[in-house]
Design a protein around this ligand. Structure first.
Ligand SMILES: Cc1cc2nc3c(=O)[nH]c(=O)nc-3n(C[C@H](O)[C@H](O)[C@H](O)COP(=O)(O)O)c2cc1C
Length: 408
């Protein structure tokens, strides 16, 4: 999987305090670094009972700061510089104790002193027993921290690691913390802010009987990449996805569907929208009536004849709507030959604004690369073969330009 370098060049100070969830901060360090961040860590004394500075240092590749009264560390960088050099400070896990210190401005160890000196955003991921979280003192402290502009992720509901007790207090999942960090540090322009986009992705499955279905090789990688790029550009995105094995992108609303009819219904419910992008490989036909029981061989040596009917044409249906037609309707066309010619016919026949024709003759399904031609009423433009993420970013740039130049 290609991981977007969303935190490239960013410096994150991770403060690990003494909760049982500290073991998850090791994974958090890895995920932040995978995305290009420099991660430096401060560990409270209590945290060192759960994970060692050695493990944290090995994963960050940096000095780990544990002491306020450390002459070498003070001369080398100093707690004030440590606080100031970070683009973002993450406290994960954040104990009830450290939250109490933060809420009251205490500075009696390195973690709390650094937290009092920071000027960058601070994101805390509380983790504690549900009774500790529910306690009026902790609730008061959390309210105070929010009023002070501290950002929160979690705590989540669920079972506690040590006691098995259920309630609110679990640390946010590591990837949720990463997503929140990406969101806080994302200073890219949002040209599609305020626009709503509906996008379909993946294959559909058309049932033959309770255990068999007709489908295709679509992985959903291109559609999901476009949904992610639209969300990055600030659009409010609804992703209608057929059955795929890839993770949904962050910051999009996912509607899972199975058949073409489900997908058509979900798209209908998602409208109105400003932008509709139909990337899913929708089955053209379905079996007219699914066998109620698993079909059996009849000894004739022949596959039983299936009565097939056409599925709804989602692209045409939306492109030709009289009411609530999105201002920009884009269809994808998988072609194995005469790419441009077929795409131009499809554009006219369906009434779409743009067709992105992709050349599937060389096995594009499931791979990370794509070779596409953008066909609009004004002409055709062949883009160089590139990664599906790059195709997505380029398409979203074009969509943003279109909304800049045409007042819609
Ligand atoms: C086994 C064990 C697990 C603990 N887990 C948590 C926890 O999940 N959350 C929490 O707020 N405190 C927890 N504590 C209590 C803190 O470690 C304690 O309040 C400590 O003083 C916190 O110090 P710090 O905030 O400087 O890291 C735990 C203590 C022990 C002994």
């Amino acid at each position: 999987m290609v991981i977007r370098q969303s935190l490239e060049g960013r410096s994150i100070l991770l403060i690990i305090s003494g909760g049982i969830a500290a073991y998850k901060s090791l994974d958090l360090i890895r995920r932040l670094r995978e995305r290009g961040a420099r991660v430096r860590c401060v560990m409270s004394e209590a945290a060192q009972n759960f994970v060692t500075p050695m493990a944290v240092g090995a994963l960050t590749g940096e000095t780990v700061f544990t002491q306020l009264w450390d002459r070498d560390a003070e001369q080398d960088i100093g707690h004030i510089r440590l606080a100031r050099e970070a683009d973002l400070v993450i406290v994960a896990p954040a104990t009830a104790d450290l939250m109490a210190k933060m809420a009251n401005g205490l500075a009696n160890d390195l973690a709390s002193t650094v937290l009092l000196a920071v000027s960058s955003p601070v994101l805390v991921a509380p983790a504690m027993n549900p009774a500790m979280w529910d306690h009026p003192a902790t609730q008061r402290n959390a309210d105070q921290l929010m009023a002070d502009g501290i950002l929160f992720t979690g705590p989540a509901d669920g079972e506690m690691a040590e006691s098995g007790e259920a309630g609110t207090g679990r640390m946010s999942e590591v990837m949720d913390i990463v997503t929140e960090a990406e969101r806080v540090l994302d200073d890219r322009p949002k040209p599609l802010a305020g626009k709503r986009a509906v996008i379909t992705s993946g294959p559909t499955r058309e049932a033959i009987d309770p255990v068999r279905y007709i489908s295709n090789h679509s992985s959903g990688k291109q559609g999901h990449a476009i949904a992610a790029a639209l969300a990055d550009a600030g659009a409010d995105v609804i992703l209608v996805s057929g059955p795929v094995t890839i993770d949904p992108p962050a910051d999009v609303t996912v509607v899972d569907v199975v058949s073409a009819q489900d997908m058509a219904d979900a798209v209908d419910r998602a409208l109105p929208a400003d932008i509709a992008v139909f990337v899913a490989a929708v089955a053209d036909w379905r079996v007219s009536s699914q066998a109620p029981e698993k079909m059996k061989k009849d000894g004739s040596g022949q596959f039983p004849a299936l009565d097939m009917v056409e599925n709804p044409d989602i692209l045409r249906g939306v492109a030709q709507r009289k009411e609530n037609r999105p201002a920009l309707v884009i269809g994808f066309a998988a072609e194995t030959e005469k790419l441009e010619e077929h795409a131009k016919v499809k554009l006219a026949k369906k009434g779409a604004d743009w067709i992105v024709a992709n050349d599937v003759s060389e096995g594009v399904f499931g791979t990370d690369r794509n070779s596409v031609t953008l066909v609009t009423k004004g002409g055709a433009e062949k883009w160089p073969a590139s990664s599906k993420d790059q195709v997505a970013m380029r398409l979203v740039e074009r969509i943003a330009e279109r909304f800049e130049t045409v007042a819609v």
